[in-house]
Design a protein around this ligand. Structure first.
Ligand code: FE
Length: 202
């Protein structure tokens, strides 16, 4: 098969913090998989990796908030929401936030809008679960430019240290795996992306 995996890197994506609540604490994670899929009524699809705690929380609670990030988002927001798990950390520790009508958090993190969603349908897609949602509330918070995945890679993610090491670097978060060969089933310990998101250090 003529499959060039780098062709997939040309797909355009935004980046979002999805907030939820397990009944005890607020939670959030970073995804690039939010799309408006229909109009009249407007419906939004959100795909979430099933290994993420938020997946189970949203499956149970049936609600989430999409917080659209801007190009001003500091790397610390990705470390906070992307590189640790809500299973064992409080991702809202020390973070200012307000609440939408559904009771979920809207963190103060350079987000230019939020969209509150109610999940109508769920599809088990293997690695990810896909939620098809209707909108219960939405609001624009600023006119700052929205963040794309491409902008994140070129301007926000720290560049890997240029050492004379053999290894592979995670395209998503910059984690470096040292070694001659990366196992096919390797999972990034920081952002939980798989081996296909690693590239050799030049
Ligand atoms: Fe990573």
């Amino acid at each position: 098969m003529n499959i060039d995996p780098t062709a997939l890197f040309k797909l355009g994506y935004g980046l979002y913090v999805i907030t939820s609540n397990d009944g005890i604490k607020d939670n959030g994670l970073i995804v690039n998989t939010v799309s408006q899929v229909t109009v009249n009524p407007d419906r939004i699809s959100v795909a979430i990796n099933k290994s993420n705690y938020s997946h189970d929380v949203i499956l149970k609670s049936g609600i989430m908030n999409v917080n659209c990030l801007t190009i001003d988002t500091p790397f610390s927001v990705f470390e906070r929401f992307g590189f640790q798990s809500g299973r064992d950390t409080d991702k809202f520790d020390g973070l200012a936030f307000s609440r939408s009508e559904n009771g979920l958090a809207i963190p103060e993190i350079s987000n230019n809008s939020f969209i509150s969603l109610k999940t109508d349908e769920y599809y088990d897609l293997g690695s990810h679960g896909m939620f098809i949602c209707s909108i219960t509330e939405s609001k624009t918070l600023s006119d700052k430019e929205s963040l794309t995945y491409a902008y994140y890679h070129s301007n926000i993610k720290p560049k890997p240290e240029q050492k004379k090491k053999k290894g592979f670097v995670c395209r998503i978060c910059g984690y470096v795996y040292e070694g001659d060969e990366l196992p096919d089933d390797f999972i990034c310990p920081w952002c939980k992306h798989g081996a296909s998101d690693f590239e050799p250090i030049e």
